[in-house]
Unconditional design. Structure first.
Length: 264
């Protein structure tokens, strides 16, 4: 573990704290928002809530590990000898990344057979993407890092192909507002998931020591907030738009739509 300046340590500390707070705040929002969408879209919001809850737990463990790994001595943070465990991130991604792709399939409310097939294909590819990236993240050799990074890219490209191919066909049959949201959420997924390899390849840019350690924590935290909280908010927006399209009552929850229809 390298020594860190006061600013470096606190930059990572504050970013981890921000990510932790954002995950838990998003969890509350997704739980409370379930009643605002139709029942067939609620599983997607349940998945969103599970994703940020799992991520929040792991960010709590990362935050605690970061605190224990350093102590302040003469204005600088020096290692305490307690290892910083960044492996929590990969445990988190193994659990949450398959759910992220499953959310998108769930909110479309496709036919059960097609939905199950798409979810299985995307979840398996997501697991392979994360699992193949881990050995490279832990490797000290850049050549080993490149090897595992390249292998991890293959299932990533497959996921993008499915999202723009099979899901693109399903999206074309959605209402106009939903089509726009689906286009945006796929771009968000591409942008955020494409950000992880940039952080992964920091050693090739000559960034090492404390700068590299802090850059990884900040970079991954920003990507996680966008890929989990921001993505979940867009899933909610799609579910809300589809609910409104189904019931023909913009801005009203399903229960209110039913009550208004009965009153008429």
């Amino acid at each position: 573990m390298p020594e860190l300046s006061f600013g470096q340590f606190n930059l990572a500390y504050n970013m981890l704290s921000f990510a932790l707070a954002t995950m838990f705040a998003s969890f509350i929002f997704f739980v409370l928002s379930r009643q605002q969408v139709d029942q067939k879209y609620r599983p997607a919001l349940v998945m969103s809530a599970i994703v940020v809850a799992v991520a929040g737990y792991h960010y709590l463990r990362i935050f605690e590990s970061w605190e224990k790994a350093y102590m302040l001595v003469d204005g600088r943070y020096v290692p305490t000898g307690v290892p910083f465990n960044d492996g929590y991130r990969y445990v988190d991604w193994l659990l949450t990344v398959p759910l992220l792709v499953a959310e998108l399939v769930a909110v479309l409310a496709l036919a059960r057979a097609k939905s199950n097939l798409l979810t299985a294909k995307l979840a398996i590819a997501a697991l392979l993407m994360v699992a193949l990236g881990y050995p490279g993240e832990m490797a000290e050799s850049n050549s080993v890092r490149v090897l595992w990074g390249t292998l991890s890219t293959i299932p990533f490209l497959y996921i993008m192909w499915v999202l723009w191919g099979e899901l693109g066909q399903a999206a074309s049959r959605q209402p106009e507002q939903v089509r726009v949201l689906l286009r945006n959420i796929r771009l968000l997924l591409l942008g955020t998931w494409g950000f992880y390899p940039l952080v992964y390849m920091l050693p090739f840019l000559g960034i090492a020591g404390g700068t590299a350690l802090v850059s990884v924590q900040v970079g991954y935290s920003i990507a996680d907030v966008l890929a989990k909280c921001g993505y979940g908010l867009m899933i909610y927006a799609i579910a809300r738009a589809k609910t409104e399209a189904d019931h023909g009552a913009v801005g009203q929850a399903p229960e209110l739509v039913t009550a208004n229809a009965a009153a008429d």
